[in-house]
Structures are given as structure tokens and as C-alpha cells.
Design a protein around this ligand. Sequence first.
Ligand code: ATP
Ligand code: MG
Length: 514
Amino acid sequence: MSTLSQSFWPPLRAFCRGPLRGLAQAWRPFWQNPGAHAGPAESSVALRTSHFRQTTCFAFIFLLVTLGSIAWGQNLLEQVMIRHVKDMVATEIRAHQTLSGRDSAAQLALALSQRETTVNRRERAAAVQDADGTLLYGNAELLAPGLCAGRAEPCRGWLRSSHTGGDGMREWLGHAYLLPDGGRYIIAYDILPMLNRIYPVPLVVGLSVFTALLLSLGAGLFFSMDAANRISRIRQAMGRFARGELDARVALRGRQDEFDQLGKDVNQALGRIYFLMEEVRNATNHIAHELRTPLTRLQQRLSNAADTIRDNPAADNELALAEEEIRRILYLFRAVMRISEIETGRCHHEPAPIDIPALLRDLHEYYDVLAEQRELRLLTTLDEDLALHGDAALLFQALVNLVDNAIKYAPAGTTITLLARRAGAGLELGVADEGPGIDAGHRGQAVQRFRRLTHDRTIAGHGLGLALVQAVAALHEGSLVLGDNPLPRAAPGGLRGLMAVLRLPATPAAQAGS
Ligand SMILES: Nc1ncnc2c1ncn2[C@@H]1O[C@H](COP(=O)(O)OP(=O)(O)OP(=O)(O)O)[C@@H](O)[C@H]1O
Ligand SMILES: [Mg+2]
């Protein structure tokens, strides 16, 4: 920033802040409750853009400067007009002095009455007073309550006064000339008609400026809405990417302006992130794949070694522990590979119509004993006539992971509900528990691979369960939705609970088409 703008901007910003705050307060009801007005939500966003704030600020400065210029211009016009009138009055007085050469008020009055039989017009008046103040000639309006009546100081020189008489308002500007005998000669012009003629000038200029101001605010609002709209497209693309739509990109307008440039940069960054994610994912899968065979062989060797040293219990125990560790590592590798197979569609899956009541019944039976051991109540609730096309084994695996979580994290004495219900054109399959639940802000992380939110290390797990559920949901063109458990409780005031559901279309589009 240049030194000039550095020294210019802070006071300007301080100057604008007050009026802008007032303006903002006046507009606040409009943008805080856009629904009450016909405008779209974008217009309320546009009013808050820095672009519109700058436009308002400059419009305000422009208005102040223009109002100042109008006032100054009007004053200048008035001064020019007054100078002109004074010149006329001075010329007249000089003419009478030289032409008449009269020294007394009476002589001057006589001369004037002979000369000026028709001179007195509505906007011009003259009067002659003797030393006692008696009007000898001319317009009495100049005296009572005119220029020279009722004044404490001697009435002479340039005078200005306004008063309302029988024929309307008048603004007299004149000069009182003191005659040698103490009398007075006054000439004045009514400048009100002239003033009235110049007053519309600032009014017209003001109206034009106001119109220009409204137009510039309208244009500012339009450009702000456009800017807000384009920023919102960029934010939407980034939001979709953050929610897992890795192919989300900013749609460019092709105008090559700063928003297109920003959109291009964002797209490049998203593309790069996607590439790096794929690289990491491929490397992980590759490593997992490559290590699986030697680990299986190692496990076998340990098992053989354990068979040969049965008579040494200490060594036998160590080998059993080593075998257990390898079993766990193999489980991890299998889980990671399973997720990536499902995510990439490389897994073997057989979509077919699914018997949902049977699926939930199997699940119930599978966990019945374990739930009882953990003092948990297992319930099933399902809508009738639900239809679903998908892979029963994968969906069963996904539901197993959800029930497994519920059993792990919900406290004893609570209820776990297996549910299947209609949702719009599709359905929801899921599990609700009465455990601690997951904070709304952490739900996105909970579905990431190897991401565990619990700090209780006594609860076994690798943070892979929900990642697999999400992959199964995506394979069925659905999504995994995590939320608080809204189901009614037997005992009020318990924990918030978690409801994890796979939101699925009844028939995935891929199958519907084939
Ligand atoms: N029902 C639940 N109640 C509370 N927290 C949950 C629940 N389900 C999942 N979580 C939280 O989400 C995290 C991720 O869950 P996920 O199932 O992916 O991993 P995990 O259960 O820790 O391990 P794994 O499933 O691999 O055995 C968990 O570590 C836990 O903190
Ligand atoms: Mg789990």
C-alpha cells in the first residue's frame, strides 16, 4: 500500500464506520429476516459483503461532498446576485447625486417626484425622509417596518431586511444615503424573486445526485450479489469436497476475472489434494496387500514353532502372544483392504432384493447373547412393506459394525434399537443407542479411517468400523447419517445417545438402469 493510501485510509475508515454502523442498523431487520421480504437470501448476504460496504461508504462520502458543493455553489450564486444588485443601487445613487445635485431632502424629493413618475416597480423602491424621519417621497414600506424604521443605530449604508406585507413576502436589499440636511435617500430592491429563481438550481442538482446515488447503490448491490453468489459457489464446492465428494469442483464462468482465477486456484488445490489422497490410499493398500502374505507365513511359522516346544511353557506363552499380535495386524490389514475394495467397487457384491425383516431378525439373534451379557436391551422396530435392492452380506456387515459400536459405547441398563423405516423415496437402516453419542462437530471425523474419538483405551477398536459403514452406504448410492437419538426413553434424563443410519435409495440408480 502506498504511503498516501496508508495515511488516507485509517481516517477514512474511522470516518465511514459511524455512518455505516447507522446504515447497517437501519438495514439489519431486512437482512436478519430476509424471509419477511421478497428478496432471496443471497441479497441479504450481498448487503454484508465488503464490496457493498465499500460502495455504501463511497456513496456516503460522495453525498456529503455533493451536499457541501451544492450549499457552497448556492451561496456563491447568492453572493454574485447580491453584488449585482448592489452595483445597480450604487449606480442609481451616484446618478441622482450628480444629476440632481440637490442637498436637501425636500429638493431631492421634489426632483424625484418629477423624474420618477413611473420608475417605482414592484421589485424596486425608493424613499426620501427628512431629518425628522417624515417620508417626503417614495415607498413607505421601506420605513415601516422596513429598512430604516425602528432602528436604534443611525440608518445609513447597506441594509437588508425582510418582511411580509399585503402583497406577500419581500426581501429588501438597499442603501441609505445620508443627505447634508440630515435627511435620507433610500433605494432598495426586492431580491426575493431573484433568490427564488436560483433556489431550484440546488434542488435539481440535489435530485440528480440523489438519483445517481440510488443508481450507484443499486449497481453496488447488483455487483455485491454477483460477488456473493460466486463466492458461495466456491464455498459450496469446498464444502462438498470436505463432506467427501472428492470430485466436487468450482464451476467457472469463463469471464477470466478474479473469481474465475480464485476458482481455478481452488480447483487446482482440490485436484492436488485428491491426487495426494489417492497416492496415500494406493500406497496403504499396496503395503497392506504386500504384507499380508509374509505375515500369514510368519503366523504359520510361529504356530509350527509353538508345536515343537510344547514342553517349554514360557516360550509357548510368548509364541502365543506373538501369534495374537500377528492375528490383530492381519485383521487390520484385511479391514483396510475391505474398505478400499468396497470404496472402489472392486469387492465382490451381489445386489438382490433384500428381505429387511429377515436381515434385522438375523442381526438381533446374532447379538442377543452379547447384549444380555452386557445388560443391554435389544429392540427392533421396522415399518411394513419396505423394499430394498442391495448386497445383503455387506449391509449385514455394516449393521454389525453399528451394533458393535452401540454395545461398546452405551452403558449397561440402556436400550439399543435396530431400525428400518421409510425416509422419503428411500429408507433408513440403522441402530440407535442411549450412550454418550458423538458431538455434531466431530461426526465428520468419526467416519475417517483410524479415527477414534474415545479416550478410553480399555475399549478395543481401530477406528475402522464407521469407515466401512460409510463405504457400504456409498456403494449403495446412499450415505451414513450420524445424529442424536430422538427415540423416546424408558427413563428420562439419560445420555444423548447416537442414531447411526444408512440412508439408502430403495433401488440404486445403477441397478435401476441395468
Ligand atoms: N455408538 C457410539 N456411541 C458413542 N461413540 C461412538 C459410537 N460409535 C462410534 N463412536 C465413536 O466414533 C469413533 C469411530 O467409530 P468406529 O466404529 O469407526 O471405530 P471404533 O469403534 O473405535 O473401532 P472399530 O470399529 O475399528 O473396532 C469411535 O472411536 C467412537 O469414539
Ligand atoms: Mg466400531
